[in-house]
Design a protein around this ligand. Structure first.
Ligand code: FES
Length: 575
């Protein structure tokens, strides 16, 4: 028996149906915008949540894409309404866009709840927009489909290919070392971001859109299409058509998101060499779906998953090459033996059915599993007395000789201290030192800024050093590389052990043993803890105060604690 909804069962009918005074107002006000009853009566209302703004550089094509989604919604017999969502952008938002991921999640949830909406197309791509939009939509649990912005074209400079972020960090180090000058640097500024779309390395944006696809929340193949490829607007229109059907079928996010689909997503994350940020976002997304992902799961899946995407920063190519090689669909086809193929997706079909036509067109870009870029996944979780609740590192992006390393700490109390002293000729540092940055976590940063790839001191750069062990409670850009231990939890600002490290302490990192150890006695640790004084709150009012009071630590996904407790929020009464 069909379980399709009938028009009178649409949620939007609570607003538009019947003879009540309010229904009259809702219908007449819709007509105020020039629509007639034929446009909207008895049709699924589809919210297009658009994170476009004049400062969302990665989403500059979203104004026209929203129109292309609308075209699909009209074609399928729906009524499209565009609702602007918080345009969290990685480039300009300070102190850190991570502070505003939860803001977007709350906004998405409340936009969908408070308005006459039956289903949603979520338009995002720049790092935090993917988890923010999905977290809100999962909680509200109306039919929803994710429309990824797509990567921008390859960068180009002087005949060389440039990758977002990765080549900025690389050539910035060369500029500080004096091997390139202002002229070359200025030419790169013109060539590194050539089109609409998100960063085209395997940074957080490409990682999170790939995760959204693997979770089953996008159309198959959607996440790899370059933003300016004609296939992208065609995909947008297909999203519009499909969401209308999803409303009739009543196919909702929590029908799609299961423990197995999250295991698939972690497997894909490891196979693509995804951003370390993905761990935080995946924990938060799973929490919204009522699932508990602990860091051990990541480590276990990393251990059995080869990294086969040869994309910067862990590989050589860029997302445009990945698309031409078959994209994420081809990669998932290559690792199908590691996936649960029964997971349902927004198509209404299973992952296995979606992958039937998957094929790799360039085995150098998407490697076979028996010739991977790395035998194990891209992210590893460390524990020890310095990180009782965990820390992460991306070993595939680090110099191998640093993966077992013991060195003396050179400690910076915060980012300003780091900026003031890192290039000081008198800084007691050499290539065996371990650079430590404190007070850069979720509360202390605030917002856990991407400071975790601490710069190499200039005097060491000039000696040819390009990587060192660095430890912080910050995040790092997914486009970065280096032996950077990140997300140390609990963070130093709230008194985690990182707060107790002093210059000259011996720190041991052993990636194989998953170990991060501060070589001081327990008694000395207790003594330092007793001497530690809590710093004053970062904020006394506004969103900052709400954020600081309720954000959880990195190992718990940095979601707000109150979004995980209490009974479900009821639907609004409509009077
Ligand atoms: Fe938007 Fe990198 S700045 S994805």
């Amino acid at each position: 028996m069909s379980t399709r909804k009938t028009p009178d069962q649409l949620r939007s009918q609570l607003w538009f149906g019947g003879d009540a005074l309010r229904s009259f107002a809702h219908r007449s006000r819709t007509k105020q915008m020039g629509y007639s009853a034929e446009d909207f009566a008895g049709k699924p209302v589809i919210a297009i949540i658009n994170t476009w703004s004049d400062l969302s550089t990665c989403h500059s094509h979203f104004r026209t894409r929203a129109d292309e989604v609308k075209r699909g919604v009209w074609q399928a017999g729906g009524f499209p309404v565009e609702l602007p969502g918080m345009p969290v952008n990685e480039t300009y938002m300070k102190p850190s866009p991570m502070m505003y991921r939860n803001f977007l999640a709350m906004e998405t949830e409340e936009l969908l709840r408070s308005q006459p909406v039956d289903g949603a197309v979520l338009m995002g791509g720049c790092d935090k927009t993917t988890p923010g939009l999905l977290m809100g939509a999962i909680t509200m649990n109306l039919p929803a489909i994710y429309l990824p912005a797509g990567p921008m074209l390859r960068g180009n400079w002087n005949g060389q290919v440039l990758g977002s972020g990765s080549d900025v960090w690389k050539y910035w180090a060369e500029k500080r070392a004096g091997t390139i000058g202002d002229c070359e640097w200025s030419e790169m500024e013109d060539g590194i971001a050539r089109s609409a779309g998100h960063c085209m390395t395997m940074g957080t944006a490409s990682t999170m859109t790939a995760i959204a696809e693997t979770l089953g929340m996008t159309l198959p193949g959607a996440s790899s299409i370059p933003a300016v490829d004609a296939n992208h607007p065609r995909m947008a229109t297909a999203c519009g058509r499909r969401i209308v059907e999803m409303v009739w079928e009543d196919l909702k996010p929590r029908d799609i998101l299961t423990e197995e689909s999250f295991r698939n997503a972690i497997t894909a994350d490891m196979a693509i060499g995804g951003s370390t940020n993905a761990i935080i976002h995946l924990v938060a997304l799973a929490g919204r779906a009522g699932l508990n992902l602990d860091l051990k799961t990541f480590d276990e899946i990393s251990d059995r998953t080869p990294m086969i995407a040869n994309i910067r920063p862990s590989g050589e190519y860029l997302m445009e090459d990945f698309y031409y090689a078959g994209g994420l669909k081809a990669l998932l086809g290559e690792i199908r033996a590691l996936l649960n193929l029964d997971c349902v997706t927004v198509t209404g079909q299973t992952m296995g059915q979606n992958l039937e036509s998957a094929r790799v067109c360039n085995a150098e870009v998407i490697r076979p599993v028996d010739n991977p870029v790395s035998r194990k996944g891209g992210t590893v979780v460390l524990h020890g007395n310095l990180a009782p609740n965990g820390a992460v590192i991306k070993p595939t992006a680090a110099e191998p000789h640093l993966l077992q390393h013991t060195g003396r700490a050179v400690v910076f109390s915060d980012y300003n201290d780091l900026a003031a002293r890192i290039d000081d000729e008198g800084l007691p540092v050499d290539e065996t030192s371990v650079l430590v940055l404190k007070n850069a976590g979720p509360v202390g940063g605030p917002g856990m800024p991407e400071w975790g790839m601490l710069p190499i001191p200039k005097k060491l750069l000039q000696k040819g050093v390009r990587d060192m062990v660095r430890i912080s409670d910050a995040r790092m850009s997914g486009t970065s590389y280096g032996a950077c231990v990140l997300h140390v939890s609990p963070e130093s600002y709230i008194g985690g052990p990182l707060a107790l490290v002093r210059d000259g302490d011996l720190i041991e990192m052993d990636v194989t043993a998953r170990k991060l150890h501060l070589h001081i006695s327990d008694e000395e640790m207790d003594k330092r803890r007793a001497e530690w004084k809590a710093p004053p709150p970062r904020y006394e009012r506004g969103f900052g105060a709400l954020y600081s009071s309720h954000v959880t630590q990195a190992d718990q996904g940095c979601d707000f604690d109150f979004l995980h407790s209490g009974a479900d929020t009821p639907e609004p009464e409509i009077h």
